[in-house]
Design a protein around this ligand. Structure first.
Ligand code: CUA
Length: 155
């Protein structure tokens, strides 16, 4: 069979690219493992409600003016809800899930976390503008995924 030299060249170029992309996926899976981008902290997803911290989802004001939010995502809600925090002060979210992977996106801000059962996802942000922000789950998690939401109130 006669294959035109350009066609042959492009076939090889495509093959090399596919091998490169697959190699990158395998490399990151083997060398870095799969983990949340924040830090590696694990928690037993079946014992969240007995966990010393996550059994009590809450918004906690700290002496330095910052806020700690200990949150739990589960089909199909977030707790606590609403989450009331202060504008201009750092807010640290510590989140986990009891069941499947959920998203925690505070619409209109740069808070966008993946909440994975078995892991603690942590993100610290400072909200500069007061107001009410919608929190949506942006990982498909089941039949009522589209109604899974909460509210962040910045005051
Ligand atoms: Cu939780 Cu989608």
């Amino acid at each position: 069979m006669k294959v035109h030299v350009y066609e042959r060249a492009w076939l090889w170029a495509a093959a090399v690219m596919i091998a490169g992309f697959l190699g990158a996926v395998v490399f990151s899976a083997v060398v870095h493992a799969v983990q949340p981008p924040s830090h590696m902290e694990t928690v037993d997803p079946e014992k969240i409600f007995e966990h010393p911290d996550f059994s009590n989802p809450r918004v906690e004001s700290r002496d330095d003016g910052s806020t700690l939010v200990v949150g739990v995502a589960q089909m199909f809600s977030f707790s606590p809800d609403p989450i009331t925090v202060k504008a201009g002060k750092p807010v640290t979210f510590r989140l986990t899930s009891t069941d499947v992977i959920h998203g925690f996106q505070v619409v209109g801000t740069n808070v966008n976390a993946t909440v994975i059962p078995g892991y603690v996802t942590q993100q610290t942000v400072t909200f500069s503008k007061r107001g009410e922000y919608l929190v949506v789950c942006n990982e498909y998690c089941g039949l009522a995924h589209h109604i899974m939401q909460a509210k962040v109130v910045v005051e």
